[in-house]
Design a binder for this molecule. Sequence first.
Ligand code: BMA
Length: 879
Amino acid sequence: MQIRDAWVRFGAVVLACLLPVLAQAGVLQARWEFRLLPGGAQVAVHPEAAGWGAAQVPGSVHTDLLAAGLIGDPYVGAPEAQLQWIGLADWEYRAGFDVDPATLARPHAELVFEGLDTFAEVELNGQPLLRADNAHRTWKARVDGRLQSRGNVLRIVFRSPITRLLPAVQAMPHKIAGNYPSPYGDEPRDAMVGNFVRKPAYHFGWDWGPRYVTAGVWRPVRLETWGAQRVTDLAVRTEALDANLAALTTLVEVEHAGADATLPLRLEVRDPDGKAVVRIVRDVLLKAGTQTLQVPWQIPKPRRWWPAGQGAQDRYSVQVTLGAGEDPALRASRRIGLRSVELRRDKDAQGGQGFAFVINGREVFAKGANVIPFDAFPARVDTARLRTILTAARDANMNMLRNWGGGYYEDEAYFELADELGLMVWQDFMFGGGMQPGFDPAFRQSVVAEARDNVRRLRHHPSIVLWCGNNEEETAWKDWGHGRDLGKADPAFAARVWQGYVDLFGHDLRAVVAEQGLGVPYWSSSPSNDLDDKANDSTRGDKHYWQVWGNPALPVSAYLKETPRFMSEYGLQSWPSQAMVDRFATRAEQRIDSPVIQAHQKFMAGQGNERLLHYIRLGYGEPADFPAFLYLSQVMQAEGIQLAALHHRASRPYTMGSLYWQLNDVWPGASWSGMDHEGNWKGLHFQARRFFADLAVAALRDDGMTRVSLLNDTAQPHSVRWRLRVMDLQGQVLGTQEQAVVLAPGSATEVGRFSDARLLGGADPARTIAVVELLQEQRLLSRQVVGFVEARDQALQPGQLQASLQGEGDALEVVVQARGLVRAAWIDFGANEAVLEDNLLDLLPGERRVLRVRSASDVETLRAALRVQTLGDVLEESR
Ligand code: BMA
């Protein structure tokens, strides 16, 4: 008691120096500080973090330590092992704030914590306020009468999830499957806590990212105040929608205190041009408590929201006002898109079952990638970064992103961008893999609360077309031995675990989506056929295919033998560019097996680079040096994923989606991504823009036979020509075929199969290629160069490409001119930031291309830095 009193007095003195910030209703403006919680085991080992230091909210303890200079950059070098103590420590945050008189005078007040990571004890002015245990939830606490005009103090203690949960996990006679065990000894390998806590799973380390078990106030804290009423939610339910009419119901949730009251409720709807198209005023009777008011309305000839490539991304704004409307607590607004969504699962005659997204009545082939968190510390991801990466997704002709379940539910800004860009979002609930304690009622309750918070927070976004229970849990249980092993060890416990799974993902989350999701479909797991017998089946439901890259590491040609109904994951790794690698490793450290390089390669505990070399060797041969390894990893990835994606598209309508793993990176390192951590395009992303183009040609060679298909993802028919030319590497044409065709809307049309013998005649396969093109009038829409042997064995020559820089300022261009065939030309400017219009280019003999360049660097610097790698040059060095 004495100690506590002394501490309170000491705290009061320190707080006097805190300079409180004046708070109004809205995001709480306060100066935050942090330190190690006194008395914890880490204080003696890390006295440097025992004193108060400035903190950032929203933020995380790692970024606060970094800003205070107490740790080095967690992304540079190989510091992970030394930083694991942070995740084992308890942390204390505090903020002082004053409240302006008008805000203080309001009868009701609430503190809203949009993100607390994770086990948090919150106090206001020395009194307990709330305890939190789920980072994915919004936590709210009424503070009526508890605020003072000056010197309010919020104090939050964050407990280490590892030390908090470990005793219980260790006491379990049999564990449930976790994800990636820590290689650093901070947590026993056989008692992982990650699956027992509602915290982003990737914080515990993943096969593309570091292990930083962070803590903190990761989203804003808001102070909300109101009078007798407040509007707590606004949603619009679509009752019926087609090209002629939209029938809608506005759902306004209102909290009212005191006796019955009648107030006017105003609804105003503006069309995509900002013109008011609906104005309704009506008196509503409010009873004490929470109620949902319903206001129906209609729009003739609605302007519907379409995915990219299918039509406009029109949106309407809906605003409601209760009473006189000056009070922000009595107003709410939403931007909504009018679209219908159906997950079509037609059964076929062979016992299969389809998986197709139908938007506004039209089947849409889903093209895109899986999204992982944009940073190890989510609070430092800003809207600009999201805009860069999501715009790049749309620019690469993607129309769908799958928000994978091992991260966090993205910010409003993410979905706002997806709406604007026409990117459909497949939204996983945040379960990244392994198995959850669904048998624990408290755990299930917490998940249901989290799901309600997030579905209600995000449901007005037209981009969201699917809520999916989890990533890979059903298949892990059924196909990877988790169910079998636990069943052998403890059949009764295994049965409880599985029942918990079915209750949580088969029932609870399905019910939340049905009640709150405004008609968006639910799917219990990816991959699955929604709790069918088999979880990862090519003939039913969605599929993750990892026999290429994963075990048994089949060659990329195996992609052509796998034809799913919807491919939601497949992938190949690569390294980012040399300039990016230079950010975290010195040149001396840049060896395939150096500790720093290995630290940034997370696949299978150090085997990732071997796996990459396996694929590089199969297709391209041995890299001569580290820069060649980086370059060849990107070429291999881009060409391999292209093969799979084009095969999926050519298999339409049997296959209705192709989402590769993965769009983006969490940090700078090796991964399956097509863009690096800063949003720079790797070769894959440039290639994706070509292989996902709405009008494209797929020339797929397998077992000595080239199958040519023409792809049209637009809703219109197209008159086109396709042309196939066989030529040698110097451009001499040995044979040509050409044909005009009309492509039906939303179709894949096979136009020919050609044996090698027919194409080559007697020509040397190492010195001959087939060039397959799709043309509309004089315009080349799409082209593929087909080799008859692996690139490794092609007679590609060095020195076939000349590159120069011309122009200046905004009119800067790279001119590339090929002599003989050039494959996979990669142009860069070293450490200078420069954005090129196109890259990773195949150039036919004699071809010239002019590419726009945007850069802040001056021409001479860029000219000196201009570098081009081609397969002909790079392979020559290793021969
Ligand atoms: C998939 C994902 C991730 C993983 C990726 C690459 O199956 O669901 O868990 O990062 O594979 O191994």
